[in-house]
Design a protein around this ligand. Structure first.
Ligand code: DX5
Ligand code: ZN
Length: 219
């Protein structure tokens, strides 16, 4: 699956930018990745629930909200209630990640847990039994256009193994620095869903860039 991140889109033309990755089946984004940043958990500020509500009205693509915010215990469920398909919180910010996952699922969303590049996977294996998605960050969260950190692929490999052996039931997603040069390594590590911001929205033709990434991820 390919999840274009609108962080690198032109926010003044958001509906058009979303339409650009909403082509016929096969040329369509699988998820639309929306980065919510609060200038506290990360040193950047993007958008919040009102904008996500407008995005949800503007597209049928399943919306994947990546919450880079403090106190997701309080705020995450609102995105699920609004109709986001998947809502991901950061384990570094969550006080009670199991309770968050239950709230998200009760509100009808898939529950996602994200780990920063320096956060190990092992301490959260029990917690992940309550989740549907693991988002492995391959850059420090906060900004688009950063360099891919290949070291995190060990965590993706480990997660893949735990899914394949039936210990966990998760979509393994990766976010940060994914482009035509890096996506193959991530695919080889067993990633299911690839977030790409600058590689899609800084391209002259976002739809073509999306197709090219898909071809490289699943040749
Ligand atoms: C960064 C965000 C990413 C960002 C990725 O913190 O979580 O989703 O849009 O951008 P690229 O694909 O340019 O690295
Ligand atoms: Zn993201």
């Amino acid at each position: 699956m390919i999840a274009p991140s609108i962080l690198s889109a032109d926010f003044a033309r958001l509906a058009d930018e979303i339409s650009a990755v909403n082509g016929e089946p096969g040329k369509r984004a699988d998820w639309l990745h929306v980065d919510v940043m609060d200038a506290h958990f990360v040193p950047n500020l993007t958008l919040g629930l009102p904008v996500v509500e407008s995005i949800l009205k503007a597209t049928d693509i399943p919306v994947d909200c990546h919450l880079m915010i403090e106190d997701p215990d309080r705020w995450a469920v609102g995105y699920a209630e609004a109709g986001a398909y998947n809502v991901t919180v950061h384990v570094e910010a969550a006080k009670d990640p199991i309770a968050i996952a239950k709230d998200l699922r009760a509100a009808g969303a898939k529950a996602g847990l994200s780990i920063k590049p320096g956060t190990p996977l092992e301490p959260y294996l029990e917690v992940l039994k309550h989740y549907d998605t693991l988002l492995v960050m391959s850059v420090e969260p906060g900004f688009g256009g950063q360099k891919f950190m290949a070291d995190v692929l060990d965590k993706a490999r480990k997660a893949r193994e735990l899914v394949d052996t039936g210990h966990l039931k998760l979509v393994v997603e990766i976010d940060g620095g994914i482009n035509a040069d890096t996506i193959e390594q991530a695919a080889e590590a067993g990633v299911d869903c690839f977030v790409a911001g600058s590689a899609i929205y800084n391209a002259d033709d976002p739809a073509k860039a999306l197709e090219a990434l898909r071809a490289k991820a699943a040749p």
